[in-house]
Design a binder for this molecule. Structure first.
Ligand code: NAD
Length: 476
């Protein structure tokens, strides 16, 4: 039996969709269609934006410290339902449950961090100028459209809704069609936290629903995470009426293993940094750069580590690799694996479908050797568990290879000599780069350069993208 979620969450209540279109929700581990969602229309978006506009004045008037308290209550409400949300996310996108729990457990941390930024928000500052004094006010930009992908739906939503609410904006959320059911659980949490009706609204649907939100004249900012192709379309649409936009897009990040790297120390990062969430993570370090003198050793280590990582039913807590999100995603990943072979790279492990899984969108985690950085398998985002190992000759060459990419989202440098690795990290053209770590802190800015995006989320400046500056200047 399938559950039909025919409503959107607008003005604090579930409202039947104005659209008759429905999108099937499929469990990627079983291929079973277990739910459907409404494919929201422009009229549904209009209703949600109206509700957000109506709520905007009162929400903006609430003192930032009170908005912070709302966000803390939202964090508490989320914390109470981590297990339920993790399970719903896993059923929709196939993220291994242990990974899903780890992701959801960060969400209250994010909301509390944005609450702390609201506490610190100074809404008016006085400047002494050459003509007298001036008052600089920080005002919320207005209604925000938040559009998210399926791979980390709740954390990526928190990165948008958290700072928007902290800054005094209201929001319309358009979740990914693959992961919309957890957005309804989130809607329940908003009520539990006492967040006023209309402050956050949720309209489900696909690309056209998202495009209607982006094109709505009363939406003043779009915060988007997703593919580079969609990001460019959204940026163009935002340009048409000079809407503010933040874009977190794709990546093809490099892990540079320096000459003196301790391979035992790098082993845990093969799954957690190079192929997290079954490789469906934007900042995955999918290009491993190895000194030529240690190339075979690195290839063997990455291959043997990856092939030992347990793959299977994503609801099993001992599993680290699950299915891919959809049949379409599996086709994309498999076409890249064939392309890599055609380009002359050699499969070290994987390359096919795992035995024993007649159902489910599984692929084997795959490692390629004999890869050069001009191959498409080294240049394009695969968004699956496919790692390429590329040899380099000297540190400058490693840095050149890392930087020879259209993308610039993540990166990593691994060496027991932290200072030296930091010097190398300074030379990587990217938005974020880890030194002997893949754990990213909420207190630091996150985002990409080049084709990986525009703007930053997280960190002390998180609220800036949701605030306008207004100057009142006056004579002495
Ligand atoms: P996608 O771009 O296909 O879709 C993302 C969201 O945008 C969905 O909600 C979709 O319905 C909507 N959308 C698509 N086209 C649109 C348009 N023209 N106008 C408005 N909305 C539109 O991406 P996906 O397949 O869901 O996610 C995978 C991609 O997301 C990968 O490229 C990955 O690298 C990227 N990603 C980036 C980050 C980051 O922080 N940089 C994080 C996670 C995922």
């Amino acid at each position: 039996m399938t559950t039909a979620q025919d409503c959107h969450f607008i003005g604090g209540e579930l409202r039947p969709s104005k659209s008759s279109g429905r999108i099937a929700v499929v469990n990627p581990a079983t291929e079973e269609e277990f739910a459907s969602i409404a494919n929201g229309s422009g009229e549904d978006i209009d209703g949600a934006v109206d509700a957000a506009v109506e709520a905007a004045t009162d929400w903006a008037r609430i003192a930032p410290a009170d908005r912070a308290n709302h966000l803390r209550r939202l964090a508490d409400a989320f914390e109470n339902r981590i297990e339920e949300i993790s399970t719903v996310v896993t059923r929709q996108n196939g993220t291994p449950i242990s990974v899903s729990r780890a992701m959801q457990s960060q969400v209250p941390v994010y909301y509390r961090y944005f609450a702390s930024l609201a506490d610190e928000l100074v809404v008016e500052e006085r400047l002494q100028t050459s003509f007298g004094d001036a008052l600089v006010q920080k005002e919320p930009v207005g209604v925000v459209g938040a559009i998210t992908p399926w791979n980390g739906p709740q954390p990526l939503l928190a990165w948008k809704v958290g700072p928007a609410l902290a800054a005094g904006c209201t929001a319309v959320v358009k979740p990914s069609p693959e992961t919309s059911l957890d957005a309804f659980l989130f809607a329940e949490l908003l009520s539990d936290a006492g967040i006023p009706d209309g402050v956050v609204n949720v309209v489900t649907g696909g690309r056209e629903t998202g495009a209607a939100l982006v094109g709505h004249p009363r939406v003043r900012k779009i915060a988007f995470t997703g593919s580079t192709a969609a990001g460019k379309a959204i940026a163009a649409a935002c340009a048409a009426d000079l809407k503010r936009v933040t874009l977190e897009l794709g990546g093809k990040s490099a892990a540079i293993l320096l000459d003196d790297v301790n391979l035992d120390a790098f082993t845990p990062f093969v799954a957690s940094a190079c192929a997290p969430n079954t490789g469906q993570t934007c900042r995955a370090l999918t290009r491993v750069l190895a000194p030529r003198s240690r190339y075979d050793e690195v290839v063997d280590m990455v291959g043997s580590t990856l092939s030992r990582i347990p793959l299977g039913d994503p609801t099993d807590p001992s599993v680290s690799f699950g299915p891919l999100v959809s049949e379409r995603q599996r086709q994309i990943v498999e076409s890249y694996i064939s392309l890599g072979r055609q380009e002359g790279a050699k499969v070290v492990v994987g390359g096919g479908r795992p035995a024993g899984f007649p159902r489910g969108f599984y692929v084997e985690p795959t490692v390629f050797r004999n890869v050069t950085n001009d191959m498409r398998i080294a240049r394009e985002e695969v968004f699956g568990p496919v790692i390429v190992v590329i040899p380099y000759d000297g540190e400058d060459d490693a840095i050149d290879i890392a930087n020879d990419s259209e993308f610039g989202l993540g990166g990593g440098v691994f060496s027991p000599d932290t200072q030296h690795a930091t010097d190398v990290a300074r030379r990587i053209v990217t938005g974020t780069v880890g030194v002997n770590t893949a754990s990213f802190p909420v207190e630091a800015p996150f985002g990409g350069v080049k084709q990986s995006g525009v703007g930053r989320e997280l960190g002390p400046g998180s609220l800036d993208a949701y605030l306008e500056l207004k100057t009142i200047f006056r004579s002495a």
